[in-house]
Design a protein around this ligand. Structure first.
Ligand SMILES: [Zn+2]
Length: 781
């Protein structure tokens, strides 16, 4: 019998069988952790037409456009075989080589499991066969695409060299390769993948077996992906406790122990390095009942969702956690790495399975609609790396063949598995967690359910029973915490009394008959959500959807909307963002009105200044400048801002390309940097920088410069057209804050001029600046 076909039919039963075998073999492993709600295999959930199915099909076209021989280039090259295709660009040419092939194997295996499309099975078979040939040549069990020096450094582990110098992040890459092979085996039904994967896992064992506990921990300082996760899964699949032992060598004490104890030591840590480790410990709990794993997973999830989330469900700035009360300093071009949400959703599924709670479903829905859907470019199915939340910013997408960032690779997976968190079950309950048009075929129960919905553009969903047995079954429907009141239910067009308060699952228990129809109305409305630690900066939601200001189309350029480099557009000019003028954020919803029509479009009225703004679902603003968090200020503050605007003659943003170009910047021995989410420029070692600013002839004006109040020992001259305006000394007079200094410009200094050149020149051995912002203002009245 073809075991893989069996696996496809019911992976969970298979894992349970293997676990039972493992338990019989070993006395040291506890009972597996309790899983209350089981997921359905992807093959049991068929998507009907919706944005999810369209994204999945767009992604499938991209997956099919990639050539396996090109993805295998490095794999063949480095084991001494002639490559059969040219190498792809981007990260494929860097030390991360190999991660794409691994993620690609997972993505096409999931796509195959979800659709049964034979074209993906052919690719799985071809790639695995090629990898087996290369593994044979390596001879020791290794397979991957690591450059020779990196591989040599990894093999150095056998000799106790745990620094992995020159290897980049080799376990991170190998995790993708091993996980891809495991998925090709389990989801793709390829038996050869099992052999190749287990040989690779044995190699991991051989490399790490001799390490002392201290050496293991030292090795784990470098990002290692989910090595612990995939090794525990191999134990689940084979029943061989050896893989469980190897997985324990990837338990990272420095990060996991504080989490198990409920301590928050996350600020400053690289976000996407930690989540896969947590998932690995969650899977360990499932496999062995290890309570430590359960605590790590639950504590981490609770901490992250309570303190570190942005409104779109993503987190991190410059890939790292930051203290929650500093969130307003972290609305940057580098927020919300897409891999992070990919991993958070994986973790959330595990937690939901242990304890089906609305909070898990709500978070999953939030990140799915507002991050994952926003991460796919709607024309070609390209991918975001960061999703910028800097006010007035925009998204940058990958190119088809020259990017291959980490987020392209996890992105290829994201859009193949939309079916996996819609429904869950136990023996007598079926959980309807997401409202996505789909057909569920629950084979063991001979139960088929069709979900038809226009949600969340509309506020209702309909569950149609197409086949059912005579055993009673309880439908449990998630009632989102944000709902504007209890959900209402109808069964076969008659009102049904169900306890359906927001924040709980509504339960309907009965013997279902083919043709039964349950209509559900989910009361949706507008609401605000404040940025962590900044109650006057709010995001606006309608139902599950984050709304964002549409600030107009972004002009195309060499790096926009597609770019090889994920950081290419950092520092690009942003759009001007209105403020909301209101005494309190709680009262602004009355100033939003929906524009009639099938789409969700809202307009501010008598709220946004200096002009009103149109709001659309954030996910849909693919090629526009947008804004998510709105500054809500009282009328008096707006009057002050208006006065300042009326005084503004010219404005210069150091370090920002467009502004520096427009102001004719010239610089020598000058540096640019980014601090507190603002760019700065300084000059040192006898250098200088200068720029041109507009002035009004014959009018008293001030030059206003912004510095960092903590900078000390900086002495410099400020010159206008070569004549001294001021001698400035910065001596740390305002620690922890920005410092504005006004320099009155004598009218005689600019007589008859409409532009002046302003030069910053350091005194000997000192630094001029850094300056963060400069304006010319009409003299205060
Ligand atoms: Zn990434």
């Amino acid at each position: 019998m073809n075991i893989t076909a069996n696996v496809l039919r019911n992976l969970n039963a298979y894992i349970f069988f293997c676990l039972a075998t493992a338990l019989a073999q070993s006395q040291t492993i506890g009972a597996p952790g309790t899983r209350v709600a089981e997921p359905f295999p992807l093959s049991d959930v068929h998507l009907l037409d919706s944005v999810f199915k369209q994204n999945m099909e767009r992604n499938a076209r991209y997956l099919l456009s990639l050539e396996p021989d090109r993805l295998l280039h490095n794999t063949r090259q480095y084991c001494g075989l002639q490559p059969k295709g040219d190498i792809y660009g981007g990260w494929e040419k860097r030390v991360f080589a190999g991660q794409t092939l691994g993620h690609y194997l997972t993505a096409i295996s999931q796509q195959y499991a979800a659709t049964g499309d034979a074209r993906f099975r052919q690719r799985i078979d071809y790639i695995v066969q090629e990898m087996a040939v290369c593994q044979e040549r390596y001879g020791d069990g290794y397979i991957g695409a690591m450059p020779p020096l990196a591989l040599a450094a990894l093999r150095g582990l056998k000799a106790g060299k745990v620094g992995l110098n020159g290897a980049g992040v080799p376990w991170y890459t190998e995790h993708k390769v091993l996980a891809g092979l495991k998925d090709a085996w389990v989801l793709g039904g390829n038996a050869q993948a099992k052999t190749v994967a287990l040989k690779l896992a044995d190699w991991v064992d051989a490399l790490t077996a001799g390490l002392t506990p201290n050496q293991q921990q030292e090795m784990l300082v470098k990002e290692f992906g989910g090595m612990n996760e995939v090794l525990v899964e191999l134990y689940q699949l084979t029943g061989n406790t050896k893989y469980l032992d190897v997985s324990r060598r990837f338990y990272h004490q420095a990060v996991m122990d504080p989490l198990a104890a409920g301590k928050d030591e996350l600020p400053g840590k690289h976000a996407n390095s930690q989540i896969p480790k947590v998932i690995g410990e969650a899977v360990r709990y499932e496999a062995t009942g290890d309570e430590n794993g359960r605590k790590i997973a639950e504590n981490f999830w609770n901490l992250v969702t309570a303190h570190y989330l942005f409104a779109m469900g993503g987190l991190s700035d410059k890939e790292r956690f930051f203290p929650e009360d500093q969130a307003s300093e972290h609305l940057s071009f580098q927020t919300a790495e897409t891999c992070v949400s990919y991993n958070m959703l994986k973790l959330t599924e595990h937690l939901f399975e242990w304890k089906p709670m609305v909070a898990y479903g709500d978070y999953y829905e939030k990140a799915l609609y507002n991050h994952i859907l926003a991460s796919q470019e709607p024309q070609h199915g390209m991918f975001t790396y960061f999703i910028p939340l800097k006010p007035g910013s925009f998204r940058t997408y990958s190119t088809p063949e020259d990017s291959f960032w980490c987020c392209v690779d996890t992105g290829m997976e994201n859009h193949t598995k939309y079916g996996e968190a819609i429904y869950f079950h136990d023996d007598s309950n079926l959980y309807v967690n997401l409202f996505i048009p789909s057909v569920l075929t629950w084979k063991e129960r001979k139960f088929t359910l069709r979900q038809e919905t226009g949600y969340p553009d509309g506020d209702r969903t309909e569950l149609i029973i197409q086949s059912a047995s005579l055993k009673p079954l309880t439908l449990q429907v998630r009632c989102s915490s944000w709902a504007n009141g209890p959900l209402t239910f109808e069964l076969n067009n008659e009102s049904l009394a169900v306890d359906a308060k927001p924040g709980q699952f509504a339960k309907i228990k009965r013997v279902w008959h083919p043709g039964d129809r349950v209509k559900i109305v989910i009361p949706m409305g507008l609401r605000t959500e404040a940025l962590q630690g900044a109650s006057n900066k709010v995001a606006i939601f309608y139902g599950p959807l984050l709304l964002a200001g549409d600030l107009g189309a972004v002009p195309h350029s060499t790096n926009y909307p597609w770019s090889r480099e994920h950081n290419a557009n950092i520092g690009a000019t942003t759009a001007d963002v209105p403020v909301f003028v209101k005494e309190s954020p709680t009262s602004l919803l009355g100033n939003l009105r929906r524009i009639p029509g099938p789409r969700l479009v809202f307009q501010t009225t008598n709220l946004a200044k200096p002009k009103e703004v149109v709001l659309r679902p954030f996910k849909d603003l693919a090629y526009e400048y947008y804004n998510v968090y709105w500054d809500v200020i009282p009328e008096a503050e707006w009057a002050k801002q208006l006065e300042a605007r009326a005084r503004l003659v010219d404005e210069f943003n150091p370090g920002e390309h467009q502004s520096e170009m427009e102001h004719g910047l010239v610089a020598d021995h000058s540096r640019v940097g980014d601090f507190k989410n603002s760019k700065w420029r300084d000059a040192m070692d006898g250098g200088f920088f200068q720029f041109r600013m507009k002035v009004l002839p014959g009018t008293p004006q001030d030059l206003c410069c912004t510095y960092w109040g903590g900078d000390t020992n900086r002495d410099f001259d400020i010159l206008i057209n070569g004549k001294l305006l001021a001698i400035q000394r910065l001596s740390g007079e305002k620690p922890g804050k920005f410092l504005d200094i006004d320099y009155p410009i004598a009218t005689g200094l600019i007589a008859g001029m409409d532009h002046i050149t302003i030069r910053f020149k350091p005194h000997d051995g000192s630094i001029a600046g850094g300056i963060f912002h400069a304006t010319v203002l009409r003299g205060a009245p």
